[in-house]
Design a protein around this ligand. Structure first.
Ligand code: PEP
Ligand code: CO
Length: 398
């Protein structure tokens, strides 16, 4: 991703829940990510690194410590904000919102269960390229993107039949590499999960393959940056619109002092309205200084707002506009747009506005299930993949 040889697809829930660590749920998320990866790989001929926001994404930074809700009798109740299942419960009661450190044990169990499920699916044949049609079966007739996917899948089938006919060993097609990731927010947990690898004697976060530092905890002298500077995993840092080029340079110096390609990913989340003005000077300065970092676009967190209905939402068009801005900036500067980082689910939820199904404000109540930020549903995710594949194709040609 840093050298322009691969593209990162990172996606999953804003906040996983313990109750959501079920086989169906994990399979559906995996399925949409595999379908997106197929579209990107096939249409853009670029290797796609597949990373779930899963098996550990249980803690949330919040802008406000408190949440106030109106009661039926016109009063209002204020309680501590929900901080993710790692910290407290989502239910709006004083008891549930009380932080409980015992929950960290459950984070470990739910993460291990999720990773086991992922591994069972990706190694047990579910991710086999010969299954490209199977991932789509209940979907193809109901959606134009399902139909468009079906055409890609048919072409892949033909290519595979050809390879089998000429004697290429198909074993390689049976499994994929799929990785886990989450925001390293709760330092007590991350610290306890840091292990010294017996082969290399190097410290690793054993809580996930890839961990990142959020927009609210990326202070250069802060504990999050300090901890992640000491582990050897590939790591990310979110960069919002207030980031200066000097901030980014200082973060790179601290987090990747040896300037190793692949170690550090900058995940930019400017918002659709700010990316075209805000991103170029960061990329220019970082590139001019010879800093090795992958650039990844999070088109979600700069585009959240409250709908008239009261739901927290995002417009699909803003998501696309931010990704397009990201690609255009990198195209103009000759740098590599290294990937996307998205909040999505494999289910047909109604949390983000627009997309091919043209979800409207009044539709949000139908199936709004996120306990934190709004996620793209299955159709919107696949539509995003087709649009990103077109953008990528231009850069591959360039
Ligand atoms: C997130 O990724 O869920 C998140 C809170 O992002 P950010 O730190 O960029 O706001
Ligand atoms: Co979020």
């Amino acid at each position: 991703m840093t050298r322009g040889e691969a593209f990162l697809l990172q996606g999953g829930d804003c906040a996983e829940t313990f109750a959501g660590a079920t086989a169906d749920n994990v399979r559906n998320k995996l399925r949409v990510l595999l379908q997106m990866a197929i579209v990107l790989t096939y249409a853009a001929s670029v290797p796609v690194v597949k990373v779930g926001r899963l098996a550990g994404q249980y803690a949330k930074p919040r802008s406000s410590d408190l949440e106030t809700r109106a009661t039926a009798d016109g009063q209002s109740v204020t309680l501590p904000a929900y901080r993710g299942d790692a910290v407290n419960g989502y239910e709006f009661t004083a008891a549930a919102r009380q932080p409980d450190p015992q929950r960290l044990l459950e984070v470990y169990r739910a993460s291990a269960a999720t990773l086991n499920l992922v591994n069972a699916f990706v190694r047990g044949g579910y991710a086999d390229l010969r299954q490209v049609h199977t991932w789509n079966t209940d979907f193809v007739s109901t959606s134009v993107y399902g139909q468009r996917y079906e055409r890609v899948a048919t072409e892949i089938d033909k290519a595979m039949q050809f390879m089998t006919a000429i004697g290429v060993d198909a074993e390689e097609l049976r499994r994929v590499d799929f990785h886990s990731s989450h925001e390293a927010l709760v330092l007590e947990y991350e610290h306890a999960m840091t292990r010294v690898d017996s082969r290399t004697q190097q410290p690793y976060a054993a809580s996930g393959h890839f961990v990142w530092i959020g927009e609210r905890t990326r202070q250069l002298d802060g504990a999050h940056v300090e901890l992640l500077s000491r582990i050897r995993n590939p790591i990310g840092v979110k960069l919002g619109p207030t980031t200066s080029a000097d901030d980014a340079l200082a973060l790179a110096a601290k987090l990747n002092p040896d300037n190793e390609p692949g170690r550090l990913t900058f995940i930019t989340r400017f918002g659709a309205a700010k990316i075209r003005d805000g991103l170029p000077h960061l990329v220019e300065k970082i590139t001019a200084e010879g800093v090795q970092a992958a650039w990844v676009c999070d088109p979600m967190h700069g585009n959240t707002f409250e709908a008239t209905s009261g739901y927290k939402t995002r417009r699909f068009d803003d998501v696309i506009e931010e990704v397009q801005g990201f690609f255009d900036v990198h195209h103009a500067l000759g740098t590599w747009p290294g990937g996307i980082h998205v909040e999505l689910t494999g289910d047909d939820v109604t949390e983000c506005l627009g997309g091919g199904e043209e979800l409207r404000d009044e539709d949000l109540a139908n199936r709004y299930e996120s306990v934190c930020d709004p996620r793209l549903n299955r159709v919107q995710s696949l539509e995003l993949a087709f649009l990103v594949a077109e953008m990528l194709r231009r850069d591959r040609r360039a």
